[in-house]
Design a protein around this ligand. Structure first.
Ligand code: CDP
Length: 213
């Protein structure tokens, strides 16, 4: 079983994906952490984020054990991630890892931007999770404050707008809802309500697939 969850910055995909994975006993991959780690390693190696070769080199040497690094969660690293994520060479290097992760037993929940469109076009269920930019900024601001990052809510809003724009308009694997993805707008839902809504959508999608098969 493969569940693909995509959506714009700070839409709550990660939290939802984690809970859905735990609910079904599946593995979880936050694909955004791959791009964040590639950005971190490119910068640490003295490379330029806009240099596709430097970034692809960092991607090919990526140590998966470092994906939990708290330094990846800062807004600066999110911004840097969206710059390296534009390089087709970087995406190509990260492709096999994600595809293999998804296919390994017992199945997985992956969240990101292009999971339903590029990485797992054959996923059993695809969700596209959104909320208004203001609501996403509010939630991310609270998260960042908890981990001690000093930033204003307006700066967070600017950051996610800029990133969404870059992610939507890039030429490879742009952020977009797959044709067969179900939309989940969490603007007016807290995390428990969003989780319940996601499970209902997944069960409905699985039921339909079962009838079709
Ligand atoms: O958590 P948040 O939604 O703020 O960001 P993220 O999922 O950690 O992704 C950081 C950046 O990585 C995004 O802005 C994208 O540019 C890039 N990304 C991507 O291109 N493809 C993915 N599957 C996941 C992330």
């Amino acid at each position: 079983m493969i569940i693909a969850i995509d959506g714009p910055a700070a839409s709550g995909k990660g939290t939802l994906a984690k809970r859905i994975a735990a609910h079904y006993g599946l593995r979880h991959l936050d694909s955004g952490s791959l791009y964040r780690a590639v950005a971190r390693d490119t910068l640490a190696g003295g490379g330029d984020l806009t240099d596709a070769r430097a970034a692809a080199g960092a991607a090919s040497r990526l140590d998966i054990a470092t994906l939990g690094d708290p330094a990846l969660r800062t807004p600066g690293m999110g911004e840097a991630a969206s710059v390296v994520a534009k390089h087709p060479e970087v995406r190509a290097v990260l492709f096999d890892y994600q595809r293999n992760f998804a296919r390994a037993k017992p199945g997985a929940v992956l969240d990101g931007r292009d999971i339903g469109t590029v990485i797992c076009p054959d996923a059993d269920v695809k969700l596209f999770v959104t909320a208004t930019p203001e609501e996403r900024a509010r939630r991310r601001y609270l998260e960042l404050r908890q981990i001690g990052v000093a930033i204003s809510e307006d700066e967070v809003l600017d950051d996610i707008r800029r990133r969404d724009e870059r992610d939507r308009n890039r030429s490879v694997a742009p952020l977009r809802q797959a044709e067969d993805a179900v939309l989940l707008d969490t603007t007016n839902l807290d995390i428990d309500a969003a989780f319940k809504a996601a499970i209902d959508l997944i069960e409905a999608a699985m039921g339909q697939a079962g009838r079709a098969g």
